[in-house]
Design a protein around this ligand. Structure first.
Ligand code: RIB
Length: 315
């Protein structure tokens, strides 16, 4: 990807979690106690991960700001520090003293697959008032990114402000929940995996042909562009400028945590810089592929220079 035509401003409204990660030989079965291999705490949360991805993958030119909440605990301080280190504008990240920070309990198997349960904590406090305080920023942004680890009403409010001001919107509806019909018409880029596509459409979504059906159904609901990511099978996209399929780079998978977040942040920052849909998806796929070769959420997200050096270690 060549250098940007414009220096984009990306605003992320979303969650920040401390990830409590146990690496194990495999994921436990229902009701089973399994001895794990190693434990670590890692900065994560879909909102913060996507902000970090946009900052790292935007190279030196992108400006990224986040709207969110952390708790008044040590995790909250660490999550804030992590944003500061990435030079993400955290002026609209609030500390809610009465709440714990969001945490994610994550198990990662040796095959790189994971299971995640999130306790939202302070993320549940991200409010429409917090969004209103950042309204000018959203109005000036080149892309608003939202996910659903903060209240849907808050995200819908941010999307409304963006839509009124002509700011393009990328929504990654994760974890998935039904969306109001009116919201779809305000979404420029609806980014879903197979599970999310299935929940939003009621269709069985597994593999490329199903993903194409699901994308058409989501376009029918009013989204302007739909991208369905299929992990190692690649991604399909459909929208006003046509549709297509892109295979994913083949890599050795260590940990898939935050691969979707890396895709979202990478896609947003290059698309907002003026790249085409195809260029943006190809770049996001390379970034996501690099992320799965490394452990953890934010530690796994690559920097733009790494991709330019083509340093994804192919199998
Ligand atoms: O998408 C990965 C993220 O999901 C993790 O970092 C975890 O915090 C959960 O939000």
């Amino acid at each position: 990807m060549s250098s940007s035509a414009v220096a984009p401003l990306i605003v992320v409204v979303g969650s920040a979690n401390m990830d409590l990660v146990v690496h194990a030989s495999r994921l436990p079965l229902r009701g089973e106690t399994l001895l794990g291999e190693r434990f670590e705490t890692v900065n994560g949360g879909k909102g913060a991960n996507q902000a970090v991805a946009a900052a790292r993958l935007g190279g030196t030119v992108a400006t990224v700001a986040m709207v969110g909440c952390v708790g008044g605990d040590a995790f909250g301080a660490s999550l804030r520090d992590a944003l500061d280190r990435e030079r993400i504008d955290g002026a609209h990240v609030h500390t809610i003293a009465s709440q714990p920070s969001g945490i994610a309990s994550i198990t990662v198997g040796r095959d790189g697959a994971n299971s995640i349960v999130v306790a939202p904590g302070a993320n549940a406090c991200v409010s429409t008032a917090h969004v209103d305080a950042a309204a000018d920023l959203i109005a000036r942004a080149d892309m608003l990114i939202g996910q659903l680890e903060v209240p849907l009403a808050t995200i819908a409010h941010a999307i409304n402000i963006a839509a009124r001001n002509g700011t393009p919107v990328l929504l990654n509806p994760a974890p998935a929940q039904p969306l109001p019909d009116t919201l779809y018409r305000q979404i420029d880029y609806l980014l879903v995996n197979e599970t999310e596509a299935a929940l939003l459409t009621g269709l069985h979504v597994s593999g490329v042909p199903c993903a194409r059906f699901a994308a058409d159904a989501l376009l029918g609901k009013g989204a302007r562009n739909v991208i369905v990511t299929l992990g190692a099978q690649g991604a399909i996209w459909a929208g006003a400028q046509g549709s297509g399929y892109m295979a994913a780079p083949v890599v050795r998978v260590v940990d898939t945590t935050a691969a979707g977040d890396t895709f979202a942040g990478g896609f947003a920052v290059v698309r907002a810089s003026g790249a085409s849909m195809q260029q943006s998806i190809a770049f996001a796929q390379r970034a996501a592929a690099a992320s799965v070769t490394r452990a953890g959420a934010q530690p796994s997200i690559p920097f733009r220079a790494e991709l330019e050096e083509d340093s994804i270690s192919e199998v």
